[in-house]
Design a protein around this ligand. Structure first.
Ligand SMILES: Nc1ncnc2c1ncn2[C@@H]1O[C@H](COP(=O)(O)OP(=O)(O)OP(=O)(O)O)[C@@H](O)[C@H]1O
Ligand SMILES: CC(C)(CO)[C@@H](O)C(=O)[O-]
Ligand code: BAL
Length: 285
């Protein structure tokens, strides 16, 4: 596995592979890798592409009171993991390399930024879209892989690629979970034992909401209220949001008739976890 910290080095490596006719796949991450990240690599490898994995904790997507400074980092452990997983090149630039001077140019994401995590983390998706756009320009991949755990992020990137006519196929990968259902996340490492045990309620309550929908419930507000009630009853986490929205464009839903995203964010102390489920409904129930 090759490693690059400078944009120019990475560009040289990729130019050579493109000359050889290789398809290029990009897996953007913030590091502290787990099985969820490795499932993105696995999917990328399966395409036969030359796989570039980036690790960069992007300051632009963190709010002033968020966890940029304390975000978990362990580059050497990550490098070993991705080498074993078969990544072809690991790109881990410094902040100075990615942002040599204060930015004046950003990618704005409009409507999609105004709900769910976008509403709770002002400027977050502008930061995500801007860094992902920079990575896309640096790597010029044919394919890029994103996890459904960050479903809103996946929609934002898909829309950015469409709006800006970028010739990149955006591939989404399903959520990798612990045995008890908790979605894998780099931030899980910050949970106390008690919080870790309680956190399984998030995926359990999403499964229950799905069962309710499959049984014929069609009121989005009822589903949200049931979820809130269950989470509040079974854990000390503070609900940031619990919402049912259209799975295609995140618009508001009252009566569920199309595929919906059931999404939630819950804070366990200072650790904010997100999870979601996309549910297709049978129109004839
Ligand atoms: N459990 C998971 N299953 C599938 N994909 C995941 C999972 N966790 C993260 N990813 C994906 O990996 C990519 C990089 O995510 P990131 O490095 O932010 O990891 P993370 O574990 O989501 O971190 P955090 O939850 O602390 O934000 C994103 O596309 C994200 O959706
Ligand atoms: C896509 C991403 C790497 C951009 O910094 C980040 O938001 C993440 O890890 O999901
Ligand atoms: N996976 C999203 C990165 C963040 O929370 O900033």
């Amino acid at each position: 596995m090759k490693r690059a910290t400078h944009i120019s080095e990475l560009r040289e490596i990729i130019a050579l592979e493109k000359k050889r006719g290789r398809v290029i796949a990009l897996v953007p991450t913030m590091g502290y890798l787990h099985r969820g990240h490795l499932s993105l690599v696995e999917r990328a490898k399966k395409t036969g592409a030359f796989v570039v994995l980036s690790i960069f904790v992007n300051p632009l997507q963190f709010g002033p009171n968020e966890d940029y400074a304390s975000y978990p980092r362990d580059l050497e452990r990550d490098a070993n993991l991705v080498e074993v997983a078969g990544v072809d090149v690991l790109f881990h630039p410094s902040s100075e390399e990615m942002y040599p001077r204060p930015m004046v140019t950003y990618v704005e994401v409009g409507q999609l930024d105004s709900v769910l995590c976008g509403a709770k983390r002002p400027g977050h998706f502008r930061g995500v879209a801007t860094i992902v756009s920079k990575l896309f320009h640096i790597v010029q991949p044919d394919l890029a892989f994103f996890g459904q755990k960050d479903y809103q992020q996946y929609l934002v990137i898909r829309r950015m690629v469409s709006d800006l006519n970028l010739p990149i196929e955006i591939c989404s990968v399903s959520i990798a979970r612990e045995e008890d259902g908790l979605a894998l996340s780099s931030r899980n490492v910050f949970l106390t034992l008690e919080q870790r045990l309680e956190a399984k309620i998030l995926s359990q309550s999403l499964n229950e909401a799905e069962a309710c929908l499959q049984a014929g419930e069609r009121s989005a507000r009822k589903i949200e209220n049931q979820l809130r009630e269950k989470i509040s009853r079974h854990c000390q986490g503070i609900i940031d949001y619990v919402e049912v929205r259209d799975a295609g464009d995140l618009s508001e839903v009252t009566t569920i008739e199309r595929p919906v995203l059931i999404a939630l964010a819950v804070k366990f102390g200072s650790t904010r976890l997100i999870d979601n489920k996309v549910v297709e409904v049978d129109r004839h129930v």
